[in-house]
Ligand binder design. Structure first.
Ligand SMILES: O=C(O)CCC(=O)C(=O)O
Length: 286
């Protein structure tokens, strides 16, 4: 592990995300931060495997609801570390650069962890918020909507589980993609997104993608999203379908350093402002 790489200029990050549908920020965290994140992630994994943490995302479930690392019942010491990884300057700096927004525009959204299960496992090809049966013209229209959030994977160990079709967030699926086996291993143009520990990959959640998990690799990857205030009801549903509206108001960020606590509380307030999300339904279901 080496010292963090200086951030790529914001316009280059945005251009890559717009063009390819994903962008990697290498070596974004200091070795000491990475070590703290790993320890918290290992605790959470061990607790989940021992049945002591019920909010896990289990295989083979592909679609929400997902658990949250900042849930009030997460033990306080680890919750603080996860909160720092989410609300800290590195992540918030990258998100404000990508969304070209101010810190005060941000909304707290989702945060969970991708861990390799005991057996090899793969998710189907999908777009997170556009179902497979949507006609091509509607698909294209949805893909043309402005980007009101950022989504990322932060790898705590080397990780090449995410597979994407670059550029597929800007067009409807080809006939071949529509007809492909949902678990197709050789989708034309697919790219395995390789990450080193400490890298963050931001990706458009509607890029055609899947996760392919090799159980021999130690995957501990933090998976999060942050939104922009003023998002439309579809984005609210996308977030609130995870049940976050039930407990968001109980989150207490007093444990964080002053500027981070202020930011976190503001982001929490804007999340609560979207409603509790009771009966919003799900954007896609297993
Ligand atoms: O495992 C991954 O990195 C992909 C996860 C994914 O596709 C999803 O959460 O929808």
């Amino acid at each position: 592990m080496s010292e963090p790489t200086p951030l790529t200029p914001a316009n280059e990050l945005r251009a890559s995300l717009t063009r390819d549908g994903f962008v990697r920020i290498p070596n974004a965290f200091s070795p000491s931060d990475l070590a703290r994140f790993r320890t918290a992630a290992q605790h959470a994994t061990a607790r989940a495997r021992a049945g002591e943490w019920p909010f896990v995302r289990t295989v083979p479930k592909q679609f929400p609801p997902w658990p949250h690392l900042l849930h009030p019942s997460m033990p306080a010491a680890d919750r603080k570390v996860f909160a720092e990884s989410y609300f800290g300057d590195v992540m918030v700096g990258a998100v404000t650069a990508l969304l070209d927004c101010r810190r005060d525009d941000l909304v707290m959204e989702l945060y969970n962890m991708l861990v390799c299960p005991p057996k090899d496992f793969a998710l189907r090809w999908h777009r997170d918020d556009i179902g497979p049966d949507v006609p091509a013209d509607v698909e294209l229209e949805r893909l043309g909507e402005p980007m009101m959030h950022a989504q990322w994977n932060l790898a705590l160990y080397p990780d090449s589980s995410l597979v994407v079709v670059p550029g597929s967030h800007r067009r409807s699926r080809t006939e071949q993609e529509r007809k492909a086996d949902p678990y197709e291993d050789e989708m034309p143009g697919q790219v395995k997104v390789s990450m080193e520990a400490g890298d963050i990959v931001f990706y458009n959640n509607n890029i055609l993608h899947r996760g392919v998990y090799d159980c021999k690799a130690e995957r501990l990857t933090l998976h999060g999203t942050m939104g922009l205030s003023g998002a439309d009801p579809a984005r609210s549903r996308n977030i609130l379908q995870h049940g976050i509206g039930d407990w968001a108001a109980e989150c207490d960020f007093d444990c964080l350093p002053g500027h981070m606590a202020t930011l976190a509380t503001g982001m929490q307030r804007r999340l609560i402002g979207m409603g509790t999300g009771k009966e919003v339904g799900f954007s896609q279901q297993d």
